[in-house]
Write a protein that binds this ligand. Sequence first.
Ligand code: SAH
Ligand code: SF4
Ligand code: F3S
Length: 442
Amino acid sequence: MSDPRKLFIKTYGCQMNVYDSERMAEAMGGAGYVETDSPDDADMILLNTCHIREKAAEKVYSELGRFRALKDQNPDLKIGVAGCVAQAEGEEIMRRQPLVDLVVGPQSYHRLPQMEARTRNGEKALDTDFPLDDKFETLKSRGPKARRGPTAFLTVQEGCDKFCAFCVVPYTRGAEASRPAARILDEARELVDRGVREITLLGQNVNAYHGAGPDGADWSLARLIRELDRIDGLLRIRFTTSHPNDMSDDLIDAHGTCDKLMPYLHLPVQSGSDRILKRMNRKHTAEEYIRLIERIRAARPDILMSGDFIVGFPEETDADFQATMDLIEEVKYGYAYSFKYSTRPGTPAAEREQLPEDVKTDRLHRLQERITHHQRAIQDAMVGRTVGVLFEKTGRLPGQMVGKSDYLHAVHVADCDRQPGDLAQVEITESGSNSLAGRLVS
Ligand code: SAH
Ligand code: SF4
Ligand code: F3S
């Protein structure tokens, strides 16, 4: 038997891309490939790309250019582009960068092995269709399953019908679709058999999940979570990303009653100004968002909130920006991602008059300064508390273990006799710049 071919995958963008890269690696495993962690000795390089902001998309072309020397050395090297840039700019990629042999959109991954075979015949392969078959079902690897680390992502819902005025996702990922509940439960059980203890359910609009249940009824995300909660050996459940308008009562209730559901919720708002929210097509007001968080906190008082913000959206005035700052002061996020508005081709807001770059930069800095302040205060307030920590790996110091708290803070524990995958109670003793330290509570 000849040596297996080597596949190098580089993943950009969101967690769903991480999940997709794993699935593609498994599918290519069936076609005789093993993964390598360096492009230098690869027989195939796959970039799994992100189109969400201009910088993310441009990165792809500069990265591709760097592979020219590798291809000169090894003419059999195949180069592929997957993900959201592939979906949005497939043909343009082929035109702009002749090094590329293969372009595959996020909904066509299950066809990757056949596409790779075509490139071996010297053809170029491009597939950016939105087929109706369940790609994850086809992608399922049938071979023996390797052991995995303690945490895993599991995509339950994909695509988006919300069409926020700034966002490419509805175009790159297509319409909202939920996977059948039974397949998700099977996949979760298999992950647990392979050593996984914490599963993060993924979807561009994960809380809009409404998959066919085994009983014939439509299951909500809360229903799915309650069923996952019963899997022995699974210790923690998380989900991301949610839209405020899909935060149903049963899901809020699950945060108060479901032990394995962790007290952390990523709930992007983007802006605190009603005028801008309307121009963004977010379909809720700042007040409605704040009331929603009050209800969530009533169900789970210690929940740590995280969010996403866009500054410098077209027409955003100083007063609009101040409204965002006020909302941040009110909610006090334990974590947040914030971005300067970036024009995306084909989206409604790209056509509008744009704000000067220095205004965007200034607002981003001011916003991040406040977010960091709250983040710090919330992290510091963990000192003295006892929290659950799921250990993920050994630390840099001998005898040290590193894990994540229920609230997703990184926690270091010295002289720790636990293994990756163990969940323990830890008393937090110190708050550092990016992580906490603590000691095991017996
Ligand atoms: N589905 C998720 C977010 C997907 S994109 C949701 O609805 O919240 C992740 C984040 O990227 C968004 O929340 C937004 O803050 C940011 N983002 C999306 N498009 C952007 C753009 N054109 N410019 C800047 N940031 C953007
Ligand atoms: Fe994009 Fe809005 Fe859909 Fe989120 S809800 S993926 S921001 S269109
Ligand atoms: Fe990026 Fe696509 Fe995810 S645009 S954020 S990789 S859905």
